[in-house]
Design a protein around this ligand. Structure first.
Ligand code: ADP
Ligand code: MG
Length: 400
């Protein structure tokens, strides 16, 4: 401890002893020539179950994962924003807060700048700042690396501006950033998980009223691991597919005379079959049964624990593959091979057409599943998948 009498004068720039942030602080100093005011982190997420239910005002059950975006931030006296990421070779981007403009903002900076813009739209005075991003959330794998950035940035700005936003407000502000600045028609699931997640829990979210309930999901204590199998198939071609699925759901709700498919129950499906064309019926059936599976999963997790939900994960995958038709051969192979080699349940996760699958696997079978999936992909001539484990982790927080 430094007790020298002149330690209060012109403090020497030194990184803190916090091992979780020391590396980032050092890189920040190197880049910007000053120490950060703080460091915030926010996780990516995996959706345990509840796919394409969000925009139907239904239920989802994501969890925050132990992969996070961290931002080191220092406020400036002017209205300049300087942004740097440790990922890739982007170089520093400098812009002015008085002229944030979605159309001319390209690349990764639209995520942090989108958040600043959304806060401005809410009347919050955003200060100029220097910001360094460091994330280990895989990009474009369906783990929401973009929301991890946005949630880390909004957490930082909430503290630095003293805006005092509740999580609900930050959820809506990040949605505005994604929808109206980034231009991605996303809902509220990803940022709800990132901002409101909790270690050992999944986040049961009602997308109609935004209410959240934490559900115990401690796979490890039951000797299970959650494997993520990133197929490396890009979901960037999904735009047309996503829009057409949304349109089918809207059509289904309209024909059935409800505000959203959330209002249709499994018991209503037989009657719905007589009113809808064959394809729309299958789209509707996926959403309705998926909502029901989320509710069943919540009940089973609380009553019996993670070991009991395997069949629901399987049924969710079959419904996405056959009724909603958003899977792809790589995802189907990852799921089938995991199940054949010891996983107790597996499904594609995320919007579909690529991205990742999850496989809930007994610890004793983890290596077998990994090896089997790798060789099945090699045999099929697919790109090598990336396989890793995730655990339900804490939501966004300040680290320094
Ligand atoms: P997802 O959110 O599913 O990972 P998105 O396409 O929504 O996929 O977001 C990925 C984008 O987020 C990347 O193309 C990149 O612009 C940005 N991004 C994610 N992580 C980083 C990072 N560490 N540094 C810079 N940009 C990043
Ligand atoms: Mg995203």
């Amino acid at each position: 401890m430094n007790t020298s009498p002149d330690s209060s004068a012109a403090p020497a720039q030194q990184t803190s002893a916090n091992p979780a942030t020391a590396d980032l602080e050092a890189r920040f100093e190197q880049a910007f020539g000053r120490v950060p005011d703080g460091v915030w982190q926010a996780p990516g997420r995996v959706n345990l179950i509840g796919e394409h239910t969000d925009y139907n005002e239904g239920f989802v059950l994501p969890f925050a994962i132990d992969k996070t975006a961290r931002v080191a931030v220092a406020v400036r006296a002017d209205s300049v924003v300087r942004l740097l990421s440790t990922y890739g070779d982007h170089g520093m981007v400098s812009t002015d807060l008085s002229a944030l403009d979605a159309a001319s903002t390209k690349g990764w900076t639209k995520y942090p700048l989108g958040v600043m813009w959304a806060l401005q739209q809410r009347g919050i005075a955003v200060p100029g700042l220097d910001l360094l991003l460091d994330s280990n959330v895989p990009l474009g794998a369906g783990l929401s690396s973009s929301h991890a950035i946005e949630c880390a940035v909004i957490s930082a700005l909430n503290d630095l501006t003293g805006a005092g936003m509740e999580p609900e407000e930050m959820v809506l502000a990040t949605q505005r950033a994604e929808n109206d600045f980034v231009g991605a028609p996303t809902g509220i699931m990803d940022q709800s998980a990132s901002l409101r997640g909790s270690k050992g829990h999944a986040v049961f979210l009602d997308c109609r009223d935004q209410s959240v309930q934490l559900v115990p999901f401690d796979a490890e204590s039951e000797g299970l691991v959650m494997l993520v199998i990133d197929t490396k198939v890009s979901h960037s071609h999904s735009d047309g597919g996503y829009a057409s699925r949304r349109a089918s759901c809207e059509l289904g709700a309209e024909v059935l005379g409800v505000k959203a498919l959330r209002d249709i129950q499994v018991g209503d499906l037989a009657e719905a079959g007589g009113l809808l064309d064959e394809v729309t019926y299958r789209r509707v059936r996926h959403v309705v049964t998926e909502n029901d599976r989320v509710l069943q999963t919540v009940r089973l997790l609380s009553a019996e624990g993670p070991g009991a939900i395997g069949a629901l994960l399987d049924a969710s995958h079959a419904s996405m593959r056959d009724d909603f038709e958003i899977s792809c051969p790589e995802l189907d192979l990852a799921v089938a091979t995991s199940r054949a080699n010891g996983a107790i349940g597996a499904r594609m996760t995320g919007g579909g057409f690529g991205g990742a699958a999850i496989a809930l696997t007994p610890l004793a079978d983890e290596q077998q599943v990994r090896a089997a999936v790798e060789s099945a992909f090699a045999e099929a001539g697919y790109k090598a998948p990336e396989i890793f484990t995730v655990t339900p982790a804490a939501g966004a927080m300040r680290l320094l």
